[in-house]
Design a protein around this ligand. Sequence first.
Ligand SMILES: [Zn+2]
Length: 296
Amino acid sequence: MIRRLADRILLIEGEKEGRYPHSHSLYIRDGGGILVDCGSDIGQILRLKEEEGLAAILMTHYHEDHFLFLSRFPDVEVWASEGDAPALESLDILLDWYGVAGTDKEPFFRDLFAGKFPYRPRTVARRLADRERVRIGKTEAVPIVAPGHTPGHLCLYFPSEGILFLADYDLTAFGPWYGDKPGGIEEFRRSAKMLAEIGASVNVVSHEAPVHEGSIAAKVEAYLSVIDRREESLREFLRRPRTGKEIVERRIVYGEGRPGAWFDYGEWALMEKHLERMVARGEVVVENDRYALISP
Ligand SMILES: [Zn+2]
């Protein structure tokens, strides 16, 4: 489905309401046609390309639910941030930044990026800098780098229209993702608060309900509180010493009934970020491959 957000800005709603493996896209009807992210709805993307043109695809970041259909457009220019470009240009870097290179999870991800999410390395033709003013025909867009989800995750602000595309700072009930190797909890928090402070009148996200009108300050607070709830559940679980495998199987993040390699990966990627800072704070110790709370 297509929703008109402004005269020259369309929202292409992702299949499955923009739930993984999909994500919503924007389409800018200016400058020859610019698509923002490529995981929404291939039928609509092809139709817009045919009817209105496709000069470039701007990638907010390098995750698979955003590049899902990118390999279908080998001749279209790709734009991205300086920070995220390396993972769009090299599968080895992508795997390294997912934190799976050289681990027992690498074959699973190589397979995923060969099949379900076809990855083709792309030269990033235009590297967008933080707060650079980008002219797309008559439309002005300001890329805003928001690290934490990925190192160079781009949001896109349209000052004349008052529209901010927050991409994967997505305000969903699931909560934030900060599990990539170059991702982090505190950076994610800072970025989300910075995005709320922009005060856009229309805020658009990549997953589930795409449009949030007015202030998102309270929604961002609720979204970030998921981080604290995850940490509290982990703290509770570590009242007895636990191995990494036990922590993964507890499914603190995804909940029970989510078996399989992908959820094992996601669970550990997020829990590891919490464990790292709990160890750094002296709250948790690692002994005999088990994590344990230090009693107060
Ligand atoms: Zn993402």
